[in-house]
Write a protein that binds this ligand. Structure first.
Ligand SMILES: *Cc1c(COP(=O)(O)O)cnc(C)c1O
Length: 426
């Protein structure tokens, strides 16, 4: 499907039925798969044959949806996970172990920040957070001999910082380290990070890809471009024998799919954060309209950003689609069709006004969620980023009065009217 355009891939990629098979992706709600001989099954366990045997490792419904996402991103393969958090964890854990170090943009999503700052530290993997806007030398100074990953988000949630992907890819590659990019907010409709040098893409499919708030899920996509063998034994998990598979070497046996195969057959086998086939089916329904929805999200958000920007009670609006935004030029380069439907802004009345405003909204619901067909609103300092102290909040690009508005695909005039009446009360 790789020569088709994104809108076509959203509909047609992934499940491609053969003669007499169901037109719609079937939900293979089965833990297990049957074989005729002992030897056949044994060969699957040794990765000598490919085939399904247990859904924790692979399932046809999950794989079809993973293939669609890989196709949309232009990668060689993908694996689905049970959440975006699991995708981020696996993406790092696949190539890092105790004693290793990663470098990440400070503005990443609060959940990922917690994972890197707190949980990975307990597992012996340390993280240095960098200002994504800093110059190459400053970011490079965070690298250590044991650094294995550079991590950032194309559009940071909720700071809405647009990543200079080429800059990050240059820094990563100068240190023989892969660049992992969380592309949740931009989606492959608006940006394809592999085209700018990213090596691995991760997603919380819970957001725009699903788009209807029906399932929590994640995906890891491999570009196949990173040369693990060229890094002098640094990625030994990929380039040296895996004892748990009778000594296979992933780069030798699976070539460009080494990284994603290891994540599937080793991390999924051992840690098991798989989505249920039912959830993958729901995700696939969402993906079919992704291109349409993203276009409308961006149109509505653009109109609302302009409205808020001109409003007397609003002190500041972050939306890279606005010509005056700090990240407008980067957005024009990396995502010329649009950024996303999420806007953050600040009221002159600060935290108290933010609370009054949010409590007055009628259409926009207060939800811990973004990137849904329904408009939602959240106060990061008291919700998603609650664990952070003021200094960490500042580094994450979150101020105490910041409101994060996730603009849905309702009629924009109705949304504007809702904002208008809530601002009157703010
Ligand atoms: C939501 C989100 C995550 C975490 O995803 P879950 O599916 O909620 O686990 C990771 N990264 C970004 C950018 C997100 O918006």
């Amino acid at each position: 499907m790789s020569n088709y355009r994104a809108e076509t891939k959203c509909i047609q990629s992934g499940w491609i039925p053969k003669r007499g098979e169901p037109r719609i992706l079937p939900i293979i709600q089965s833990t297990t798969f049957k074989y005729d001989t002992t030897d056949e099954m044994g060969r699957l366990f040794d990765l000598e044959d490919s085939g399904y045997f247990y859904t924790r490792v692979q399932n046809p419904t999950n794989d079809a949806v993973a293939a669609k996402i890989a196709d949309l991103e232009g990668g060689v393969a993908a694996v689905l996970t049970s959440s975006g958090q699991a995708a981020n964890f696996y993406a790092v854990a696949n190539i890092c172990e105790a004693g290793d170090h990663i470098v990440a943009a400070a503005t990443i999503y609060g959940g990922t920040h917690n994972l890197f700052y707190s949980t990975l530290k307990k597992m012996g993997i340390s993280c240095t957070f960098v200002d994504a806007d800093a110059d190459e030398q400053t970011i490079a100074a965070a690298f250590q001999p044991n650094t294995k990953v550079l991590f950032a988000e194309t559009i940071a949630n909720p700071a809405l910082v647009i990543l200079d992907i080429e800059k990050f890819a240059r820094i990563a590659h100068a240190h023989q380290v892969p660049l992992i990019v969380d592309n949740t907010f931009a989606t492959p409709i608006n940006c394809r990070p592999f085209e700018w040098g990213a090596d691995i893409v991760v997603h919380s499919t819970t957001k725009y890809m699903d788009g209807h708030a029906m399932q929590v899920g994640g995906a890891i996509v491999d570009s196949g471009n990173f040369d693990w063998d060229a890094c002098g034994g640094k990625y030994s998990g990929l380039t040296e024998p895996d004892e748990s598979y009778h000594g296979i070497v992933y780069t030798k046996k699976f070539g460009k799919k080494a990284y994603i195969t290891k994540a599937t057959v080793q991390l999924m086998r051992d840690l098991g954060a798989i989505p249920s086939p039912m959830n993958s089916f729901l995700l696939n329904v969402g993906l079919e309209t992704l291109a349409l929805r993203v276009e409308r999200h961006c149109y509505n958000a653009g109109r609302i950003a302009e409205y808020l920007n001109a409003h007397e009670k609003v002190s500041h609006v972050n939306y890279a689609g606005l010509p005056g935004d700090k990240y407008h030029a980067l957005a024009q380069k990396y995502m010329p069709k649009g950024t996303c439907g999420v806007i953050s802004f600040e009221l002159k009345g600060g935290r108290e006004a933010a609370v009054r405003f949010m409590d007055s909204l009628k259409l926009a619901a207060i939800v811990t969620h973004v990137a849904d067909a329904r408009t939602g609103v959240l106060h990061p300092a008291s919700h998603t980023h609650r664990q952070m102290n003021d200094e960490q909040l500042k580094a994450a690009g979150v101020s105490p009065g910041m409101i994060r508005l996730s603009v849905g695909i309702e009629n924009v005039e109705d949304l504007l009217a809702d904002l208008e009446q809530a601002l009157e009360n703010a």
